[in-house]
Ligand binder design. Structure first.
Ligand code: AGP
Length: 600
């Protein structure tokens, strides 16, 4: 996810653009850039790193005064976060410049065709295709050229476009990525999000999908992709800037919990193509997953997925253990390193150790160009956008989704599942985002359960089979943001120790979704009930029997147990979140923790 800003008005554009970028830095901070139009030319300044690096670069090489410009702060999805890949991008004749937030899914096909027509590309990004397409169709009407280009594009975009041939105009458009148009005093803006313009104005138009906006000193026009004019509908923004950065959510963590359906949709659309095109090593004797924390839990779910589908032995290791225990790795071992940040010291070291011993390393990572991605033979990005909350949420379910797609692909390529079964699994996976949305709609009920349990001194999370890792993850979410001691356990282990802990002061969260071994979980529940444990169950819609045993039931849509970790993760995240809020904890920045553990 990136941030874009555009300005046209009677003030110097540069300071307005830079301050707008600062307000959008939470959307991505790999690189930043601006393009202003002045003296019949487009002037671009850009730099890798945060916005301060861009300001330094502009100080060293000032851009001329201008009253019109576009700007971008990048979250890399295609192409490393370096200067050449940063936005804005320029056409061959340097007369048109584009900033973009989103993913152009058919960019390779478009790029190859444009190269054949003589266009010269300089970056690895998908975005650069847009500026060359617009150049190809430009015949003196920037809006018409943008429309012609966008009609060929598949994927998501929010774009800002300027041209030195039309120095009084910004053209903008969106599809599946947010973009607003705002009207200030003698000025107009485009922005990915409200915070970028709040210091200037509060009169905005929320652009709709497949709409094009044309901003000039004289005003703004909105068109559809058939070039038909659309009536302007201004709204008034009421929220304050700080709140707006979180899209109106109280914390980044809650915002990121709510982003999961959208992340999953985007990931399935873009990730599946990448995974389908991937050639697995011919001979794989076993799979080893190395990761830490939440990523480790994702790896544990990955074990169930790959072993069930591809019938390959998978062992999942904490990176900090793997790296020091002289692991048995051969050239036929496929190692999968999982890391949201791509900078976790132990996982980096584990990946290096595995490569040293001859293994191929695949990484599942969220940050493009991070250290781990540079150590891997192949990277599958989770495309979850920046995860600001220290407690990992959307990155976790995105990691799971990559494991499902990888496991399915591996099983199909090893002829362990038929094409029909493969298609059936993918169809079920495609329905998960809407099921997640249904769970998010029950957040008040989950908040009420949290309120009734926020004073418990300790929690036990129980799961079975593919949801044993879900129990571990639920316990980690709670302990790291509420500081309540919490343990995750395989429910079958109850009688081997944990049952000694059960009394009326212990809250026990049981993951009791429909499954072939649901009755085993019911037995655990009855044992806990008999010892006055305070029970909370996560159960499937339509399960009417559970209420007889458990007073507090959080529902998830009925789905194949195999995919249920993608659903149960959400109530576990929200339970932890609302309990931590009730206890007045710093949810986004819990004590003693960091978003990325770059030291041992
Ligand atoms: C998860 O909520 C924690 N913040 C932590 O366990 C995290 O998952 C772990 O540090 C691994 O980080 P990584 O995914 O960036 O490697």
């Amino acid at each position: 996810m990136c941030g874009i800003v555009g300005y046209i008005g009677n003030k110097e554009a540069l300071p307005v653009l830079v301050s707008g970028l600062r307000r959008l830095e939470y959307r991505g901070y790999d690189s930043a850039g601006i393009a202003v139009v002045s003296g019949g030319r487009v002037h671009v300044r850009k730099a890798p790193g945060k916005i301060d690096a861009l300001i330094q670069s502009i100080k060293q090489d000032p851009a001329p005064q201008s009253f019109l410009g576009i700007a971008h702060t990048r979250w890399a999805t295609h192409g490393a976060p370096n200067k050449i890949n940063s936005h804005p991008h320029l056409s061959c004749d340097k007369k048109i410049s584009v900033v973009h937030n989103g993913i152009i899914e058919n960019y390779m096909k478009l790029k190859n065709a444009l190269i054949k027509e003589g266009h010269k590309f300089v970056s690895e990004t998908d975005t650069e295709v847009l500026v060359h397409l617009i150049e190809k169709y430009y015949r003196g009407d920037l809006k018409a050229a943008v429309i012609a280009a966008l009609r060929l594009v598949e994927g998501s975009f929010a774009i800002g476009v300027v041209s030195s041939d039309e120095p009084d105009k910004i053209v903008a458009a969106r599809q599946d990525s947010p973009l607003i148009v705002a009207q200030g005093k003698d000025s107009y803006f485009i922005a990915s999000d409200v915070p970028a313009i709040l210091e200037h104005c509060r009169r905005v138009i929320y652009l709709k999908d497949r709409q094009v906006a044309v901003l000039s000193q004289g005003g703004v026009g909105i068109y559809d992709l058939n070039n038909r004019k659309v009536a302007l509908k201004f709204d008034k923004v009421t929220m304050d800037a700080q709140c707006a950065q979180k899209d109106g959510f109280a914390h980044f963590m809650l915002k990121e919990i709510h982003e999961q359906p959208r992340v999953l949709k985007r990931l399935i659309a873009a990730g599946l193509k990448e995974i389908t095109a991937f050639e697995f090593p011919k001979k794989i004797s076993n799979v080893v997953v190395v990761a830490c924390g939440t990523a480790y839990h994702a790896g544990l779910v990955g074990k169930y997925i790959i072993e069930l589908l591809a019938r390959l032995p998978v062992w999942v290791d904490l990176s900090s253990e793997f790296r020091y225990r002289d692991p048995i790795i051969t050239k036929d071992t496929l190692v999968i390193a999982v890391s949201q940040s791509g900078e976790t010291a132990d996982t980096l070291a584990a990946a290096r150790e595995a490569k040293k011993r001859g293994a191929k390393v695949i990484s599942i990572c969220n940050v493009v160009g991070s250290s781990l991605t540079r150590e891997s033979n192949k990277v599958f990005y989770t495309l979850a956008g920046p995860e600001i909350g220290v407690a990992s949420t959307k990155a976790y379910t995105a990691q799971l989704a990559v494991f499902y797609m990888l496991g399915l692909r591996l099983a199909f390529s090893r002829k362990m599942i038929s094409a029909k079964a493969y298609a059936g699994y993918l169809k079920t996976l495609g329905r998960i985002p809407s099921m997640q949305e249904e769970i998010l709609r029950s957040k008040e009920a989950i908040a009420a359960v949290a309120k009734r349990h926020h004073n418990f001194g300790s929690f036990l999370f129980l799961g079975r089979n593919i949801n044993f890792p879900s129990a571990l993850e639920g316990a980690l979410k709670l302990k790291e943001i509420s500081y309540i001691p919490a343990e995750g356990y395989a429910a079958g282990e109850m009688k081997h120790g944990p049952i000694a802990l059960i009394d009326e002061y212990r809250a026990v969260v049981c993951i009791a979704v429909d499954s072939e071994i649901y009755s085993k979980m019911v037995s655990n529940i009855q044992e806990i009930k008999a010892r006055s444990g305070r029970l909370i169950a996560i159960a499937s819609d339509g399960n009417t029997s559970i209420k007889a045993y458990v007073p507090e039931v959080i529902r998830v849509p009925k789905c194949d147990e195999f995919f249920s970790p993608l659903l149960v993760a959400l109530p576990l995240q929200m339970l932890a979140y609302y309990i931590a809020v009730q206890r007045g904890c710093n949810v986004d920045q819990p004590r003693n923790l960091a978003k990325s553990v770059t030291v041992e």
